[in-house]
Write a protein that binds this ligand. Sequence first.
Ligand SMILES: Cc1ncc(COP(=O)(O)O)c(C=O)c1O
Length: 350
Amino acid sequence: MNTPNFIIEEMIEQAKISSNQNYPSSMGEDFFRESVARWNKVRYGVNLNPENEVTHIIGGKEGVANIARVFINPGDLVLCPNPGYPVYANGGTKLCDGEPYLMPLKKENNFLPDLEDIDAEILKKAKLMYLNYPNNPTGAVTPIDFLKKVIDYAEDYNFIIIYDNPYSEFTFEDYIAPSILQISNEHVELNSASKMFNMTGFRCGWVAGNADIIKGLRKVKSQIDSGGPIFIQKAVAKGLDLYTSQEKPDVIRKNVEIYETRRNTLVKGLNKLGWKTDLPKATFYIWTQIPEKFSEMNCMDFVKTLIDVGVIVTPGTGFGEYGEGYVRFALTQPIERIIEALERINKLLN
Ligand SMILES: Cc1ncc(COP(=O)(O)O)c(C=O)c1O
């Protein structure tokens, strides 16, 4: 969907100002970091010092990858959810010659990693853990108690949690996604304007939390990039400033409601066709097991079969080996296309 008009208009106005055309600062402009800190205060009740506890990233992806450069030396272990956003294990861990340790996200555990199942020796060796709720690709959310438990583990075994929270506002009905910073300021949280304001193409995000971790990230990034355009930071700050409480401002609420209608249409439609699928509480993804009738197939072959009837979904293994047996729908098409897709799927199933 389109980026809201007020954001585009702000960006155009700001781009005309000559000082906004200069090199930005790699760590983000003062006004941007102040706006992120204020947002964290009204949205989560978390106090952050914009001087040293907030930094700009050129979208979440860049942050996920570069934060590993700060800490990961060859052979270091990184705990990565699997299925998971591929950049944790690849751009983050492997490109730093680290070793991903895959934490399976299984349906029977509500797609949360089973911490008890990880050997203590592995936990001792781990330097970082990536964690992401609301979750891509499963659409799962986390109870706050689980976050507390992970933080306790991190303290006991001395690893850093990189909490990736780009779907924090993509939640349905009355569910409100928590921030890890509400529990501890020992770790960091990433977020971005991509999903919040339909700004995937503008590349603007932030990291908030522990000052030492942020100091390291700033040091690495100061030698890699020169930040994001000031006029984009201005427009994102204008969006963040709409928040006056943890409630979503109208522009985001209306956007998410559209995705909610799409979610309901697709999930109800699939179940009606006999394809058992759960309703996620958050994200614009529907993560579902291959239907019974095709359960002998691997997910890649099933995806090809769906393509033959004109529907494209992502194979579960695109998010790692523990994604086998699943596919992911993205609700990024209008309702008419979703209904058309259901009709095509019907041809295959029935
Ligand atoms: C879990 C997760 N993290 C990070 C990102 C990166 O988003 P961006 O770089 O657009 O902020 C994505 C994008 O799909 C994602 O799903």
